[in-house]
Design a protein around this ligand. Structure first.
Ligand code: HEC
Length: 121
């Protein structure tokens, strides 16, 4: 019998280390994934909320000729329009297309998207 040999630390340490390394990597990956979700910028939100499908990837290529271009528009104006669609205040032939979309964005998200469309930032 030779107990010290059975407790050879080299037998266990590689496993323990790789376990810790895996845990660290998983945590790191989680952090990486969580960061954009916590701080979404206007550009990301614009695509995520599918605004791009009707107004174009950058807001300057509308799906139909009578759909408005948004790129370079005044940010405050766009925020006000989004609120007006939401409340039903803005009416018109095309308003029923945009009104449901306006309901998918919070005031804070509208501000971020409008600012990005207006300034590119
Ligand atoms: C299904 C197509 C469609 C989608 C998706 C869509 N829009 Fe619109 N949007 C329109 C149409 C059509 C109008 C014009 C409505 C009108 O004139 O009453 C409009 C108008 C607007 C206006 C007013 C522009 C102006 O010059 O007065 C803003 C701002 C706007 N959209 C922002 C957005 C944002 C932000 C999103 C994403 C949350 C979005 N739109 C998604 C179709 C769409």
């Amino acid at each position: 019998m030779n107990p010290p040999l059975m407790r050879d630390p080299h037998m266990r340490s590689p496993n323990t280390l790789s376990g810790a390394a895996t845990a660290c990597l998983a945590l790191f990956a989680l952090l990486l994934m969580a960061t954009p979700a916590a701080a979404q910028d206007g550009k990301t939100l614009y695509a995520q909320k599918t605004c791009n499908t009707c107004h174009g990837p950058n807001g300057d290529q509308p799906l139909a000729p009578n759909y408005p271009k948004l790129k370079g528009q005044n940010a405050d104006y766009m925020i006000a329009q989004l609120k007006a669609f939401k409340s039903g205040e803005r009416k018109g032939a095309l308003a029923p297309i945009m009104a449901p979309m306006s309901m998918t964005v919070s005031d804070q998200e509208s501000e971020k998207i409008a600012k990005w469309l207006a300034t590119g930032k």
